[in-house]
Design a protein around this ligand. Structure first.
Ligand SMILES: [Mn+2]
Length: 363
């Protein structure tokens, strides 16, 4: 539990820097990060003040959390989450309150109505989200296990996938295998995009039949202890168009070059540039139309984002996806994505256990 207390302390230090006496937390992922509460957005609130914190939720959660919260986190049971929060904030002497910019507008209106006039309140974008970009040991351990479940599942899937199956059949089997290896649930609908559909960067699986000569892009992420993996591999169903072979090798090199850059102190846009320049130099820049990667953790897309002209210093403890791609309309596409943990010395590729050389499934 000590890690929750450390996270709350880091947040309190940040609030002091922002000249705030308290923060009202409504986002389910952020509530979980601070207290371990897994109820989700809409099932409670967390308040953090200068020297305290509380979880406010209803009777459904009493049995789970009453005696099972981090030290210093009070447990307050009511259906009137916001009314209780305001009472507790008054009691704690809060005069400058922050709330998350992601809070629902109807909740904002309610807060505006019931907060006393002597409490100033304003949206604080990304306070907890910024803390979440740097993972602690417990989070790193969960991320490693999530990646491991995905790696094992995908390696098994290679013995299953055949020409003639539908994309959905393959997605369902991959989902089943990840659960077999200890994963809990997907963080997004598993993408299996075959043939011309592989040119769609986010082509969720359909009933399209996988055919000989198809490239198949498989992008999947599963939770273990609340932390997600996010992996993509592209495989070939037998021999493929030489153009597709060519773009595979280019994306593979871009992926490797970008991963080689990952270490503390480098800028996120430098990592993006290495992958993007390599793809552009080989004539496919206009077919690479998304960021090179993003953070992941409690949520599938977190900061920092590896995007051109949007530089942020990479820190030890960041989990970065590295996922360059090339997508040729009507022909096919390739994306190769790894989960890379930034360590004090450099990085650790959590998904290195899946071969990245072009795998051909013979029909
Ligand atoms: Mn991703």
């Amino acid at each position: 539990m000590a890690y929750y207390e450390k996270r709350i302390k880091r947040l309190q230090a940040l609030l002091a820097k922002l000249d705030l006496d308290g923060l009202l937390v409504a986002d389910g992922y952020n509530m979980r990060y601070l207290t371990g509460f897994t109820g989700g957005t809409g099932d409670g609130l967390v308040i953090v003040t200068k020297d305290g914190a509380a979880l406010i939720t209803d009777d459904r959660y009493r049995g789970i959390y009453q005696n099972n919260l981090p030290d210093g986190v009070a447990f307050e049971v009511t259906r009137d989450y916001f009314g209780q929060a305001v009472q507790s904030l008054i009691k704690a002497g809060v005069h400058k309150l922050g709330f998350e910019a992601s809070m629902a507008y109807r909740d904002f209106e309610l807060l505006d109505e019931i907060l006393p006039a002597d409490i100033d309140f304003d949206a604080v974008p990304d306070a907890i989200e910024t803390l979440r970009e740097v993972k602690d040991e417990v989070e790193m351990d969960a991320l490693r296990r999530a990646a491991h479940a995905s790696v094992q599942a995908f390696n098994d899937l290679l013995n299953f996938i055949k020409v003639g199956q539908t994309e959905l059949e393959v997605a369902n089997e991959l989902d089943r295998l990840q659960k077999k290896y200890g994963a809990e649930k997907p963080s997004f609908d598993t993408i299996v995009a075959s043939g011309y559909r592989s040119a769609l960067p986010h082509g969720a699986a359909t009933d399209k039949v996988i055919e000989k000569g198809d490239l198949v892009t498989i992008d999947f992420g599963y939770y273990v202890d609340g932390y997600t993996s996010d992996v993509t591999r592209t495989i070939a169903m037998g021999d493929i168009d030489p153009k597709l072979e060519e773009i595979y090798q280019i994306v593979l090199q871009a992926n490797k070059d970008a991963i080689a850059m990952v270490k503390p102190g480098v800028s996120t846009d430098e990592i993006d540039r290495v992958a993007r320049d390599y793809i552009s130099e080989h004539g496919y820049g206009e077919y690479y139309n998304h960021a090179t990667g993003h953070g992941a953790g409690l949520y599938i897309h977190e900061g920092p984002v590896l995007r051109t002209n949007d530089g942020e210093e990479v820190l030890a403890g960041n989990l970065l996806t590295i996922e360059p791609g090339i997508y040729l309309p009507d022909l096919g596409g390739v994306r190769i994505e790894d989960d890379v943990l930034v360590t004090p010395e450099g990085h650790e590729n959590l998904t290195a256990g899946i071969d990245k050389n072009l795998i051909k499934i013979e029909a």
